[in-house]
Design a protein around this ligand. Structure first.
Ligand code: RAM
Length: 821
């Protein structure tokens, strides 16, 4: 993405014909006639660092009536002066987290979390104070004891060897004239803690102990300025956070607390000086996405006493986050232990087998007085928690954490079980969008698996505004790309973990940008060089155009319950898809030569695909659902073979139910309904026998499972994996019928084609980049009634189930057909 800010707006009211953007007296776009515009990239003189800019957009409608909206943005730092600092790791004693069972992977102690403090003097009234801050590890910062910012697990996860995000926090209101204290607690996080299923290696994943960098920029009321940065004047001590780890959990020993350490007046004479670890600022980058926040709190659905000092809490919802516990006065030294799990065993106790080496155990050691405990640097995936060590539980809640993407969609229909499925999909999105799109939030994995992200993205885009979240992740993906063009399977890249990309996983480096471009309309998502480098990488190693070499760990159609789709067929279908989409991306950027070259390549791959895998018209090698789905969805077949292939797909689905794994599941209902079998797509949606979505719902699922039937070896049986939740895109796009024409981006040319199946009503709304889209339909008195809201600047082609077609402008429209189908 270009670094200059994209200034965007959503539309309400009349269709615009022209816009003008003005940025704080430094730039005006001039009046631009463009009825399609919903954004403008800043193109003025270089912006000053650390500066707030007010900006406004004026839009004119056909009658020349203007409307203006105002907003502002603030720029980050361009040059840093502060040093990286840390507690001297050799002077710190390691602590062992509580462990059970196999200790093989758990033989590294964890470090107590360092508390770093710096007292400083504000010589007069401060008009503005900005804290620019980052960590190798995680940080929680306070100013005079007040928490700075509402981000959690900051600065977020990136490949720290390439890029380290920093945040800019407005802390003006916490600064006093005179003495002030900046306090920062650091934790290992993704930097030096346990990450994924790879045991922490000698060098750990990125570093051995956490480090801090911060600059507090003070602007005094008299206009003068001062910077308080991290340097060797900081002091470090240790307090009650004995360790904190994303997978193992967090331990607070309140007997070791250092009250007042982050406020003026604390005597830090017994604390040590920090060590300066470096001055490299080259990897620091302003974070482009919403931070992880504590988004809501959930009360228990049930609390059961397990013994004199043990309780089982059921939150009624599988989620990602942690507990908040109000504890009564306890005997000093009492250990309160919280363990988490997604499910219970036959005896009604926590079943933690599927967490693998993630202990997911938080510990509080009481100092005596009543207190509120909430860990700060860990999160767990759980529905149930067992709390032991306290006889009388005070208030308990689950704090839900996720990247705070604005919610954008709603979907509801006449089948309550389908509505539960939609809610499960939403919860899967919440629990797995935590700084990066993860596969699952509970076990020792939580990695940015690329196929999972790619298949779920269309559903995610309907549920929430994920533009910034994925713009950030695409940087992770590009950071993970090898110099010769290879994408990995997980981003951020982790040394030693699934490094060489598999078909459908690595291809997310092309599929994700294309999908984001279509939904949000910003060509900057399309980094053609990066996309083309990937296509050329596969091509270079597979000159005969059948992708057999360099397929990484080739996960094939992961977790497909049915017969295996031939691996080369599946791989070659993705090779074609990546070439085809990269050609289109080149076209968007006007790179005609690349477009032509890649289009030719895509055509040649298609020819090779047909020759190799299509032995007879409408038949594919392996004769599997996923094979037909990929070929149909990616346009791999000659036109006259499409109908027979779609028929064969339908036969297989009718005969066996769904047999796809991760790489076909997102295509099942969309492809069936695109080829005249909406009835069958509905039958799949409503099916309750395993494998099916509603089988999960009937069995009490509150998130989507990793496996269709939820039955697998505990080592790989997550109950919060969103890949199969990709059906969510078809709820909005199929059942409610919100779509766009093939060449349209950002829903400029809507295609509304509801597919009622045998539901009696459905409604969906979606805050698109352009404005609000809504569809609501019902069957009543023998007729089909449809209400559609088309956002300003858009038009819609509306297809009624009886075959009527209407072209309508923006605004609210009602349609009725007497025939139901
Ligand atoms: C599993 C992950 C993920 C999948 C890979 C192939 O371990 O959970 O969902 O993409 O393997």
């Amino acid at each position: 993405m270009a670094d200059s800010p994209l200034l965007s707006w959503q539309l309400r009211g009349a269709d615009p014909v022209a816009f003008q953007v003005e940025v704080g007296g430094v730039w005006s776009s001039g009046r631009v006639t463009d009825p399609a515009a919903i954004s403008a990239r800043y193109a003025g003189p270089p912006l000053r660092p650390g500066t707030r800019y007010d900006w406004q957009v004026t839009l004119w409608d056909r009658d020349g009536t203007p409307g203006t909206a105002r907003s502002w943005f603030e720029t980050g730092l361009d040059t840093w002066s502060a040093a990286w600092i840390a507690a001297d790791p050799d002077a710190v004693e390691h602590v062992d987290p509580p462990t059970e069972g196999d200790l093989a992977l758990r033989d590294h102690g964890l470090l107590p979390c360092p508390q770093l403090r710096r007292a400083f003097h504000a010589r007069s009234r401060v008009a503005a104070a900005r804290l620019h801050i980052s960590a190798k590890g995680l940080y929680a910062a306070t100013v005079n004891g007040h928490r700075a910012g509402d981000g959690r697990l900051t600065p977020g996860w990136t490949d720290y060897r390439r890029r380290i995000q920093y945040q800019t926090l407005d802390v003006t209101r916490w600064i006093a004239e005179g003495e002030n204290v900046l306090g920062v607690t650091l934790a290992d996080g993704w930097w030096s803690g346990y990450v994924g299923f790879d045991p922490r290696r000698p060098g750990y994943h990125y570093g051995r102990f956490p480090e801090l960098i911060a600059e507090l920029h003070l602007t005094y009321a008299d206009g003068s300025a001062e910077v308080v940065g991290t340097d060797d004047a900081w002091r470090v001590g240790h307090g009650h956070v004995r360790y904190a780890d994303l997978l193992k959990g967090e331990c607070h020993d309140l007997r070791a607390a250092t009250p007042g350490w982050d406020r003026p007046g604390f005597d830090d004479a017994g604390w040590r000086p920090v060590v300066v670890t470096g001055r490299d600022h080259t990897r620091l980058a302003a974070s482009p996405d919403e931070p992880v926040r504590a988004v809501r709190e959930i009360a228990p659905a049930a609390v059961t006493r397990l013994g004199p000092a043990a309780h089982l809490v059921d939150f009624g919802q599988n989620l990602a986050g942690r507990l908040r516990l109000a504890l009564p006065e306890l005997r000093p030294g009492t250990r309160v232990v919280i363990r988490h799990a997604e499910t219970l065993d036959g005896a009604g106790r926590l079943d933690t087998a599927n967490l693998r080496t993630a202990d997911a155990t938080d510990v509080l050691v009481s100092a005596g007085p009543a207190t509120v405990f909430e860990p700060d640097f860990t999160y767990h995936g759980f529905r149930y928690a067992e709390i032991s060590g306290v006889a009388d539980l005070g208030e308990v809640s689950a704090v839900v954490l996720h990247s705070d993407t604005a919610w954008a969609g709603t979907f509801e229909c006449s089948d309550p079980e389908v509505n539960r499925l939609q809610r499960n999909i939403e919860w899967g999105q919440r629990g797995n969008f935590v700084s990066v799109p993860t596969d699952c939030p509970q076990r020792d994995e939580r990695l940015g698996w690329m196929a999972d992200a790619q298949v779920f993205l269309p559903a995610a885009c309907f549920n929430a505004d994920v533009a910034a979240f994925f713009a950030k992740w695409l940087r992770d993906v590009r950071d993970a790309q090898t110099p010769d063009g290879g994408f990995p399977n997980v981003a951020p890249r982790l040394s030693g973990v699934a490094e060489e990309g598999a078909p459908g996983w690595a291809d997310a480096g092309v599929l994700v940008p294309w999908q984001l471009y279509r939904v949000y309309g910003d060509p900057a998502f399309l980094d053609v060089d990066s996309m083309a480098a990937w296509v050329d990488f596969v091509h270079r190693h597979n000159p005969d155009l059948i992708w057999r070499a360099r397929t990484g760990p080739h996960y094939a159609d992961w977790l497909a319950p049915g017969p295996a789709t031939p691996r080369d067929l599946l791989a070659t279908a993705f090779f074609h898809r990546s070439a085809d989409l990269t050609a289109r991306a080149a076209g968007v950027h006007g790179r005609t030569a690349d477009e032509e070259r890649l289009r030719r390549l895509a055509g040649d791959i298609r020819t090779a695909f047909i020759k190799t895998f299509a032995p007879a018209p409408g038949r594919l090698a392996g004769d599997t659902q996923t094979g037909y789905l990929l070929a149909l969805a990616f346009g791999l077949l000659p036109p006259e073979w499409v109908a027979p292939a779609a028929r064969r797909l339908a036969e297989l689905v009718e005969e066996h139910g769904p047999q796809t794994g991760f790489l076909g599941v997102n295509l099942l209902c969309p492809v069936l309904s695109a080829h005249g079998r909406a009835d069958l797509a509905h039958a799949l949606l409503r099916r309750t026998d395993p494998p099916s979505w509603l089988h999960q719902v009937r069995n009490g699922a509150t998130t989507v499972w990793e496996r269709w039937d939820g039955k697998g070896a505990p080592s790989m049986n997550s109950f919060n994996h969103y890949a199969f939740g990709s059906i969510g895109a078809w709820l909005y796009g199929g059942v409610a019928g919100i779509g766009q024409a093939p060449g349209s981006v950002a829903y400029r040319e809507l295609v509304i084609r509801p597919l009622p199946g045998d539901l009696s009503w459905a409604r969906a709304s979606y805050e698109s980049a352009r404005g609000r889209i809504a569809v609501s339909w019902e069957r009543a008195e023998g007729a089909f009634h449809l209400a559609v809201t088309v956002p300003p600047g858009s038009t819609a082609t509306v297809h009624l189930p009886d075959g009527q077609t209407h072209h309508v402008p923006s605004g609210d429209h009602l349609f009725r057909s007497t025939q139901e189908t």
